[in-house]
Design a protein around this ligand. Structure first.
Ligand code: PLP
Length: 392
C-alpha cells in the first residue's frame, strides 16, 4: 500500500477515516480514543466546528495571494498572538522547524548587528527542534543527526535544566548571542525543568546580552495549562517559535519577537511563499478565538491534574514506573525499561498513545477532552503499564 512512499516512517497499521472531538474511526467503523492529537496538533480535537467553518468559508473566498500583498487576516492573527504572548511582532511560516529556522536566522542577524562575526546559538541536550539541517543540528539527539554531516556551524550545547552549565558557556563563549530552549522538553521525554530554571535563563540572557528564544512548538497554545509554556514562570522571552497547535491541523508556524529582536528582520532578509496565507490564518484565528472563548487553557490545567493524579493513584504500587510528570495536557510516564511496544498494545484496545525517548509514555490529548474520556485514558494507561511491567 505504501510502495510509492519514501520509508521515513514506521507507521502503525491503521488508517483513520474520520474524527470528532477526541474520537477517531477507521474505515471499518472501529472507534479510537485519541490521547496524541496528531502529536499536539489538534488541541481542539478533530473536525472542530469553529475551525471547519472558518476553513470552509475561507476556502470558498480566498486561499492564497502572496506576501507581495497585504493580508489582513495575517495582521489580525499577529495582533492576537503578540498580545497573548507579550511580544511585538510575528513572522509566519508553515511548520515548527521553519519557526525555529526563523529564530536561528534572527539570532544570527542580531549577533552580526552586535559585531559578533561568528554568532552561535546555545541549545540543550535532549532537545528537539525539527528536521531541517539547522534545526536537526540544534536538536540534542545524535540519532536525528546521524548521517547528515556536515552539520551546521554556530551551535553550542549545554545540559538542559542546568544553570551552572549555561553560565560556564556564557563566560567562555564570546560568540554566543542567544539560547534556544523548550520550556518543557517534549520529544526528549516530557522533561519539566526545575522551578526557577526559565527565570535563571532570563537573568543570564540579560547579563550577557543574549536573546532568550523559546521553542514553544509543542508547549504553546494552551497545551501546558498556560497559553505559553514560559508563563509558568514570571519571565518574558525575546523570541518564541510556535506551530503544532496553532492551526489545529492546518499547517502554520510563527516566530514571535519583542523589543530589539522584533526589529532584526527587514525586507528581503527572510520570507516564505505559503507563510501566513489567508486559509492558514483563518484557521489559526478560529483556534485562538475558541481557546479563549471556551477557557480551554484553564481546562487543560484541570484535565492535566486529573490525569496525573489518576495515574499516580493507579500506578502507585506498580514497579517499573520511575516518574509521572508533565504540565497541563503534556504528560509523561517514565518507565525503567524501553516500552515502545505499549503503543501497539494501546491501539489494540482502541486508545492512541505515544512513547518517546524510548521509555516515556507520552500523553498529549486534546484540550476539549471530557472528564470521562480523561478517566478512560487513565484506566487504560494504568492497565497497560501494569501488565507490561509485570510481564517483562
Ligand atoms: C514537533 C516539534 C518541532 C518540529 O515541528 P515540525 O512542524 O515537525 O517541523 C520543533 N520543536 C518542537 C519542540 C517540536 O515538538
Amino acid at each position: 500500500m505504501n510502495d510509492a512512499l519514501m520509508s521515513t516512517y514506521a507507521r502503525l497499521p491503521v488508517a483513520f477515516a474520520r474524527g470528532a472531538g477526541a474520537l477517531l474511526w477507521d474505515a471499518a467503523g472501529r472507534e479510537y480514543l485519541d490521547a496524541v492529537s496528531g502529536v499536539a496538533v489538534c488541541g481542539l480535537g478533530h473536525a472542530h466546528p469553529a475551525v471547519a467553518e472558518a476553513v470552509c468559508t475561507q476556502a470558498g473566498t480566498l486561499v492564497h495571494t502572496s506576501n507581495l500583498y497585504e493580508i489582513p487576516l495575517q495582521a489580525e492573527l499577529a495582533a492576537r498572538l503578540t498580545e497573548r504572548a507579550g511580544m511585538d511582532a510575528a513572522f509566519f511560516c508553515n511548520s515548527g522547524a521553519e519557526a525555529n529556522e526563523a529564530a536561528i536566522k534572527l539570532a544570527r542577524l542580531y549577533g552580526h548587528r552586535r559585531g559578533v562575526a561568528q554568532p552561535a546559538v546555545v541549545v540543550a541536550e535532549g532537545s528537539f527542534h525539527g528536521r531541517t539541517l539547522a534545526t536537526l543540528t540544534a536538536t540534542g539527539n545524535r540519532r536525528v543527526q546521524a548521517g547528515f554531516e556536515p552539520l551546521v556551524q554556530g551551535f553550542l550545547r549545554v545540559p538542559y535544566n542546568d544553570l551552572d552549565g549555561l553560565r560556564a558557556v556564557a563566560q567562555n563563549s564570546p560568540n554566543a548571542v542567544a539560547v534556544l530552549l523548550e520550556p518543557v522538553q517534549g520529544e526528549g521525554g516530557v522533561r519539566v525543568p526545575d522551578p526557577g530554571y526559565l527565570a535563571g535563563v532570563r537573568a543570564l540572557c540579560d547579563e550577557f546580552g543574549w536573546l532568550m528564544m523559546l521553542d514553544e512548538v509543542q508547549t504553546g497554545l494552551g497545551r501546558t495549562g498556560e497559553w505559553f509554556g514560559f508563563q509558568h514562570e514570571a519571565v518574558r522571552p525575546d523570541v518564541i517559535a510556535l506551530a503544532k497547535g496553532l492551526g489545529n491541523g492546518i499547517p502554520i508556524g510563527a516566530c514571535l519577537a519583542r523589543g530589539e529582536a522584533a526589529t532584526v528582520f527587514t525586507p528581503g532578509t527572510h520570507a516564505s511563499t505559503f507563510g501566513g496565507n489567508p486559509l492558514a490564518c483563518a484557521a489559526a484565528l478560529a483556534v485562538v478565538r475558541t481557546i479563549a472563548e471556551q477557557d480551554l487553557v484553564r481546562r487543560a490545567a484541570q484535565l492535566g491534574e486529573r490525569i496525573r493524579d489518576g495515574l499516580a493513584h493507579g500506578l502507585s504500587p506498580a514497579s517499573g514506573v520511575r516518574e509521572i510528570r508533565g504540565r497541563g495536557l503534556m504528560i509523561g510516564v517514565e518507565l525503567d525499561r524501553p516500552c515502545a511496544d505499549l503503543v501497539r498494545r494501546a491501539l489494540d484496545r482502541g486508545v492512541l498513545i505515544n512513547v518517546t525517548a524510548e521509555r516515556v509514555v507520552r500523553l498529549l490529548p486534546p484540550l476539549i477532552l471530557s472528564d470521562d474520556q480523561a478517566d478512560r485514558i487513565v484506566t487504560e494507561v494504568c492497565g497497560l503499564v501494569q501488565s507490561f511491567c509485570a510481564a517483562a
